[in-house]
Design a protein around this ligand. Structure first.
Ligand SMILES: *Cc1c(COP(=O)(O)O)cnc(C)c1O
Length: 378
């Protein structure tokens, strides 16, 4: 057995094994109720990284009573499937929402079960993804020439055994119109030893293969994780990251900035910060949208543009992801655009005098302050 397989089979799955929880039998009884609805999994590697109750890693994987609160008070329609993924499945376990790309669930287990998971309804319940749903999914892509990009998700695609993964990747690569394949995975950050040289040898045969990794807190980036990411990058996979904005875990500019810096150092390019979804059982993790904008504002211009991800809300009701930006445009007219920069100073950008065949008064172009301000290639 390889190290990662031992770490996985040594997972914490029961309340009585949970680290740093009160002895109180009443408390444990409540947690058992939670675990009946939403399973527990903390693999041995990840459990080792938890240093104390309520630390940022603990909060992501150790259940709390609040997960059942949402059932009692479901006022704002918290749902088991807030993104309406099931509605957009032309075949089981494949979501086709955008014109040219699809999401393909290739299993439904994960190296850890995140308490805030969007797919809380599926994860840790075996039997939903089968060989049959998988082959229907691959078949669907083959029959739909508009699909040029597939995101392999789940569950976690990198928990699929090497040989099976190779079989799936081969079947996908056989589809001529499919240009890129992406892996959406939390394995490199939560079970890093799974990223073996042998796995990388397999992956590198299927380029262009991208991987978007899930990281929420700088403490997740350990020496083992660094090795895993370096192996993937050396195998030629462009690496991106996805982060969920979580109350009490990473809802501050300082924590997010440190995370983004650490990611860039291990060759992972920050891609998305997600506003937490309206998933039943996860309300206690949600922050205000202002908090997300404040974080982006605290990053934009203050640190490398490479380290500033898109902040998105995956819209309840299944409208897909929408990007949000702090207000940078103060005024927008035919003649000029007035912008505010990261220091809060405003700058004018005059529009061309002739636009769409119409001309503007020439003074517009001769505004000296505006011209000076536009030499801003820092
Ligand atoms: C996020 C997502 C994708 C990929 O979206 P990108 O913005 O291209 O990264 C594809 N399908 C579904 C259903 C998604 O939720």
């Amino acid at each position: 057995m390889e190290t990662w397989q031992r770490q996985l089979s040594g997972s914490i799955t029961k309340v009585d094994q949970l680290p740093f929880i009160p002895e109180d039998p009443d408390y444990r009884r409540k947690l058992n109720k939670v675990a009946e609805v939403f399973p527990i999994r903390i693999n041995a590697y990840f459990a080792d990284q938890i240093k104390s109750a309520n630390d940022p890693l603990w909060k992501q994987v150790v259940p709390t009573e609040e997960e059942l609160d949402d059932f009692l008070s479901a006022e704002e329609a918290l749902e088991s499937d807030p993104l309406k993924e099931e509605r957009d499945m032309p075949v089981p376990e494949l979501v086709h929402r955008y014109p040219d790309r699809v999401l393909l669930m290739i299993n439904n287990h994960c190296p850890i079960i995140c308490r805030f998971c969007t797919r809380k309804r599926k994860i840790g319940f075996p039997g939903l993804v089968t060989r049959e749903t998988l082959s229907q999914g691959i078949d669907y892509i083959a029959k739909h020439p508009e699909v040029r990009d597939v995101v392999m998700s789940g569950g976690d695609p990198l928990l699929v055994p090497d040989r099976e993964l190779e079989r799936i990747l081969t079947a996908l690569r056989d589809i001529e119109h499919l240009e890129i394949i992406r892996l959406g995975t939390r394995v490199p950050g939560t079970l890093p030893e799974r990223i073996t040289p042998k796995l990388c040898e397999i992956l590198k045969k299927f380029h262009p293969l991208y991987a978007n990794l899930h990281f929420n807190h700088p403490d997740e980036i350990t020496p083992e994780v660094e090795t895993a990411c370096n192996r993937l990058a050396d195998a030629g996979l462009p690496l991106g990251s996805q982060t969920v904005l979580l109350k009490g875990v990473n809802d501050s500019v300082e924590v997010m900035k440190e995370l983004m810096h650490k990611l860039l150092k291990i060759r992972v390019k920050p891609y998305y910060i997600y506003q937490a979804d309206m998933t039943m059982g996860t309300d206690h993790f949600r922050t205000s949208v202002e908090k997300g904008l404040e974080i982006i504002k605290g990053l934009m211009g203050h640190t490398s543009g490479m380290g500033v991800p898109y902040y998105v809300i995956d819209t309840p009701g299944g409208g897909g992801k929408v990007r949000l930006l702090p207000d940078t445009v103060v005024r927008f007219t035919d003649k000029e655009v007035v912008l505010t920069n990261f220091e809060g100073k405003t700058y004018r950008y005059p529009q061309p005098a002739v636009k769409n065949g119409k001309s503007h008064p020439p003074e517009d172009q001769q505004d000296e302050t505006a011209t000076q301000n536009l030499c801003g290639l820092a």
